[in-house]
Write a protein that binds this ligand. Structure first.
Ligand SMILES: [Zn+2]
Length: 324
């Protein structure tokens, strides 16, 4: 029988009534299947690791360069930790086989020239808090670097650790075929499909800056509030998207990323997903986003030329206290 989408499916009790194939299909041996499964998994996780490295490399300068604009800071050692739960449920066993993921967080990679690299932290090390518990690289114990030590092959090591001061938001990579990124007030999540779509590191910085702005501006909280008041979430989230584009551009500029032509990201997105050129729902349309970013780039460049601080133009009375 067919469901509403026209997909054939069978209930157990009418299975015999279902259509079956009419040709003798080639059947690989279980060994061949197991080998090919392992090889595809290995390739998928190698690709994931490469993307994770790139996401860390691109987001780290943004979190560091804007530390004074973020309310909460933490120490960053330049390490990325992972655990089985960092991966989709059905891939956790494979993540354990191919990347060594465990139930509790361990170090997956160490950024070049980072405080962690200088201290000699290695893949497989465990960050341990003052209570002796394994923690992630984004744990709240990391407000101060001296709360943490390293456990290697079961041995506790007193390696002196100095962390850089960065915005206290976790950055995660999600295995997903949807070109997407989002913020939830505590972290920034970028999908593997978005990593592919953001061709250059400058474009990826545009995405990370945008999501960081959602977090620093409290957009998640405000969007929920607006939903409760008006009942029209789709109308009230749009200005926040524009604001995240605007502030995010400042964040990436402060981190030293190139702004030239970065707005083209929105043209490619519009061309690839034409609905977004004209359909204004939760997000502004892509032509509007491209043009608004182009104006913001001109604004940032003018400030750079004049030697003034790279801070967004706030409405009267809205400028946060940056502690200056
Ligand atoms: Zn957004």
């Amino acid at each position: 029988m067919k469901n509403r989408l026209g997909i054939v499916f069978c209930f157990g009790f009418i299975l015999s009534a279902c259509a079956s194939v009419e040709t003798r299909l080639p059947v690989p041996s279980p060994t061949q299947l197991a080998m090919e499964t392992g090889s595809q998994e290995a390739e998928a996780f190698a690709r994931y690791l490469k993307m994770r490295k790139r996401l860390d490399k691109v987001s780290a300068p943004i979190l560091a360069a804007n530390a004074e604009l973020c309310k909460k800071n933490r120490a960053d050692f330049g390490v990325v930790t992972h655990a089985k739960k960092s991966y989709p449920k059905h891939l956790r066993a494979a993540a354990s086989r191919h990347l060594g993921a465990e139930d509790s967080p361990i170090v997956l990679l160490v950024r070049e020239a980072s405080p962690g690299a200088k201290a000699g932290i290695r893949r497989g090390d465990v960050l341990i808090n003052a209570k002796g518990k394994p923690i992630s690289a984004y744990d709240k114990s990391l407000k101060h670097a001296d709360n943490v030590h390293i456990r290697r092959a079961g041995m506790d090591m007193k390696i002196p650790l100095n962390g850089d001061r960065v915005c206290d938001y976790a950055v995660a990579l999600k295995m997903s075929g949807a070109v997407n990124a989002y913020a939830n007030g505590k972290s920034i999540v970028v999908t593997t499909a978005m990593m592919d779509f953001a061709g250059s590191d400058d474009e990826l910085a545009l995405v990370v800056g945008h999501e960081l702005a959602h977090n620093t501006m409290g957009h998640v909280r405000k969007a929920i509030w607006n939903t409760v008041i008006s009942g029209f979430a789709t109308r009230t989230t749009r200005p926040f998207e524009s604001e995240a584009d605007y502030i995010g551009l400042y964040y990436m500029a402060r981190a030293g990323y190139k702004l030239d032509g970065v707005e083209d990201f929105w043209r490619r997105l519009g061309v690839t997903y034409p609905k977004s050129i004209v359909r204004e729902k939760t997000h502004p349309v892509t032509p509007m986003r491209l043009l608004a970013i182009r104006l913001a780039v001109a604004e940032v460049e003018a400030k750079r030329a004049a030697g003034t601080a790279l801070l967004p133009n706030y409405l009267p009375g809205k400028r946060p206290d940056y502690g200056q």
